[in-house]
Write a protein that binds this ligand. Sequence first.
Ligand code: CFM
Length: 546
Amino acid sequence: MATMTKKKLVQWDPAEVKAELLAKYPSKVARKRAKQIMINEAQGNETPEISANVRTTPGIITMRGCTYAGCKGVIMGPTRDIVNLVHGPIGCAFYAWLTRRNQTDAGPDGENYMNYCFSTDMQDSDIIFGGEKKLIQAIQEAYDLFHPRSIAIFATCPVGLIGDDIHTVAKNMKAKFGDCNVYAFSCEGYKGVSQSAGHHIANNQVFKHIVGENDAEKPGKYKINLLGEYNIGGDGFEIDRIFKKCGITCISTFSGNSTYDQFASAHKADLNTVMCHRSINYVADMLETKYGIPWIKVNFIGADATAKSLRKIAEYFGDKELTDQVEAVIAEEMPEVLAARTDVRTRTEGKTAMMFVGGSRAHHYKELFNEMGMKTISAGYEFGHRDDYEGRQVIPTLEVDADSRNIEEIHVEADETRYKPRKTPAEFKALEEAGYTFKQYDGLVPDMDKGTIIIDDLNQYEAEKLVELMKPDIFCAGVKEKYSIQKLGVPMKQLHSYDSGGPYAGFKGAVNFYQEIDRLVNSRVWSYMQAPWQKNPELSASYVWE
Ligand code: CFM
């Protein structure tokens, strides 16, 4: 090895870490949090169980967002030619305006409304007398100015509280225009325990109002949809580049750099590939039930994962032409990746990472850290459900609580004329016998090492404690955590917005990531920082019960 990495010897016992995280809580809170903090150890033949998708205890500074954020910001935000109109006070629209770094190329038609912030800007008088009139005006104005093919309306908290009937408004405006699809989302911020509820609401409405609207045949030999890829920092552009090179046609992406027509044509694909299981698995299931398109889990974060996913797509189509092309692309792309990997590993091998992101990235990015020889010692999700941790086999045992009941379950059946199985039962059987898995996601837990700590809905206090106790070489989360972690002397990488970096997907993205993380974990700049109060604490306090 060219350079010897100086190994930090931090000894920690996961049980002690867990006890420390809980020590300061009142006993009721501690009991609840204990179920969301899991030491990854084998319990007989079973995966240990975690409590997830439950309400955050009031007073705890959670990392989560709201239901409106999951619907408007996450699922619908990256669509470029749909006017996304926020019905509510201006703050809700303003803070969902281009902050997620989901990119778009505006396409050949140049139709792109992503750079606009559309809102009804509700005032006190609208709250008192009702906001429907203002909403009708705003929809009309957007239509007159832009003549978009579609307008989506998003409800914020006050809309649900005062009872504006946004769905009837949408229906009437759609009928009035005739050439513009208008629909609404009851995605009030309070509708669920996190943004995850917003994903579900968005998935339902997109499926009800858009998917299947365009029956025109789409050209292409190997037609897929990419579900759960949002083109953050240009990830989707890199994946598209690879698909094109392989000869794979992506009919629609849900929803990075997407268009209305992509959603409307999604039922024309022959395979659904699911990246982010948490946010979009509902659409995958509904496309299968209604149109007969099977789905598989893929991951384009990590070069090895990318190669594996491409091979999985090729295996599904079972055509030598595609298999050969996929192998040729992997052979062409990998040397650069391996050269970069070998170089950084001399400096990154043995370093440690922690990741607390949304509902799927902690799992996906573990792949990239593995490729760099780095170990993920603690990870978790803000709003993952138990299936994202433990695998989809737990779904039938999940409890439906009052919060999940808030979300409409739509009933989908096979389409009378358009349902078409993509393969014969014998072909499916042959694939499955060869080890091919459809509709399966094993979750984060089986991929984490024994003795690592998996935490659901981590909060500000626990984040700081964890860093203090386990001293990772890098901590990954979002902007709310960034500065407090850096102040502890540990480098922090935002894995939501990528800070100002990316893409990290695919082959070129992997090289980007290796180099950036190498610079971060090998820079000492944060450890030199000392805040004045670290030397001379001016205040000290204790809890009443101490
Ligand atoms: Fe899926 Fe996402 Fe994520 Fe997500 Fe998100 Fe995101 Fe995320 Mo931020 S859809 S669950 S709601 S991969 S915005 S692109 S980074 S929390 S881990």
